[in-house]
Design a protein around this ligand. Structure first.
Ligand SMILES: [Zn+2]
Length: 432
């Protein structure tokens, strides 16, 4: 496919007009201000780039994708009641087929906002895996461990599901990656943390964890563990010896950030979820000051309430500027690596996340011929501060168009909407 005469913003935040980008197979084979030689793009589609801008595909680095089924359920409750009275009882009724439909709904939303890959924590992984496989998107999946001193993780369903997922992923050529997960310090005993670390090392799995999301979690950890913060506590078990994505980090202290930088941990900043659940506002400016790798995640749709990455990025930009009273923060050269190459690196995808010849053809195109996107002085500002996900007209993963002009290639939206409403009605009946 040849994107002809199109504006481009790359993974470093540099932008150009009148560019030519060609893909062949799963890779980018040409990126230049001159058209490629005819033989390079012979027989492929030519995409007219007039009034369009092409960017590297976005990475949604923290999600619980089937929670689309719980969107808007239990609104207005404080966190603990929201979890115990609404989320947990509903989730206990969800089977693998429910996960499949909830995942397709969530992946549709993500593709429609330029996302090419996501990191996810949830259960009944077979249903999630099947939906991800069919949709064409990339994902790093895990079912996070929790438990007390009596928990033998190797008998736990979360462990068994991930072990099966490792086998299932072997045939996906790296498109879907199995990871180990620890839900959080406050939901795990020392034994569980130690065993998860040993397992991750044994199987060489990357890790995902919720870290210092709320003040309560952060302070109670210090009380429980002789002043150790959640980051310091996990580090004492060698947790960060494996590549790790830590979600939230709202209450990370300066010494935690030094530790995370040294251990090359990536933070998934989830501003909407932190605001909605009243957790607070993470200091991205401080993360960047300490040189910690930052990415952005939507979290699940129950605490957001959507999986719209364009909106999430826009919010992250505004919050960083506002909270720090510094409009120079989060300009294009900060944002683009955060939403593309940092995510690819954290997911262990070394040939992804950049717009350059030889990289995987993971990208999205936005239509600039919209009233709120004209005129253009600063292309990246128009995309992320004026843009809406409805302006996304094409999303490509591994050289394959997965979303175009309002439709996902491999997801039947009408069927998905029917199924999720069937599931909603069934669950409400069972819960009443
Ligand atoms: Zn989460």
């Amino acid at each position: 496919m040849l994107f002809s005469d199109i504006s481009v913003i790359d993974h470093l935040g540099q932008s150009w007009e009148h560019m030519y980008l060609a893909t062949a197979g799963n890779s980018i084979v040409w990126l230049d201000s001159q058209p490629p030689p005819a033989e390079l793009v012979e027989g492929g589609e030519v995409y007219d780039g007039k009034d369009k801008v092409l960017l590297p595909g976005l990475y949604n680095m923290h999600c619980h994708v089937p929670m689309t089924l719980l969107r808007g359920y239990g609104e207005g409750l404080p966190l603990q009641r929201w979890l115990e009275e609404k989320m947990y009882p509903f989730e206990a009724l969800m089977d693998a087929e429910d996960m499949y439909w909830g995942t397709l709904l969530g992946v549709y939303e993500m593709l429609a906002s330029g996302v090419v890959s996501f990191s996810d924590m949830y259960m009944r992984l077979d249903g999630i895996f099947q939906a991800v496989l069919e949709s064409g998107i990339k994902a790093n999946l895990n079912n996070p461990l929790t438990g007390d001193d009596n928990t033998d993780i190797r008998r736990d369903i979360a462990y068994l599901e991930v072990e099966q997922l490792i086998k299932d992923c072997a045939t996906t050529e790296g498109r879907i990656i199995a990871e180990a997960g620890l839900h959080a310090e406050y939901t795990s005993s020392e034994r569980v943390v130690r065993d998860v670390v040993a397992w991750a090392k044994e199987q060489n799995l990357q890790l995902q964890v919720h870290l210092s999301e709320t003040q309560k979690e952060h302070e109670e950890c210090k009380q429980r563990h002789q002043g150790l913060t959640p980051a310091a506590y996990l580090d004492s078990f060698g947790f960060f010896d494996q590549p790790t994505v830590a979600a939230h980090g709202v209450y990370l202290e300066d010494q935690d950030l030094e530790l995370l930088r040294e251990r090359e941990v990536t933070i998934a900043h989830c501003p909407s979820s932190n605001l909605k659940l009243g957790s607070g506002i993470a200091s991205v400016a401080n993360f960047l000051r300490h040189g910690v790798a930052v990415t952005i995640g939507t979290d699940g749709a129950a605490s957001n309430n959507n999986l719209n990455m364009i909106e999430e990025i826009s919010l992250a930009i505004l919050l960083a500027k506002g909270v720090n009273r510094d409009p120079s923060l989060m300009v294009a050269t900060d944002i683009l690596p955060i939403v593309s190459s940092n995510g690819a690196k954290a997911q262990g995808r070394c040939d992804c996340g950049s717009l350059e010849v030889g990289a995987r053809a993971d990208l999205f195109v936005l239509n600039l011929a919209r009233p709120h996107l004209q005129p253009v002085y600063d292309l990246a500002a128009n995309v992320f501060c004026s843009g809406q996900s409805a302006d996304v007209v094409l999303t490509m993963v591994d050289g394959q168009v997965l979303y175009r002009d309002g439709s996902a290639t491999f997801i039947d939206l009408e069927r998905v909407l029917f199924e999720v409403n069937r599931i909603r009605a069934e669950k409400l009946r069972q819960l009443s």
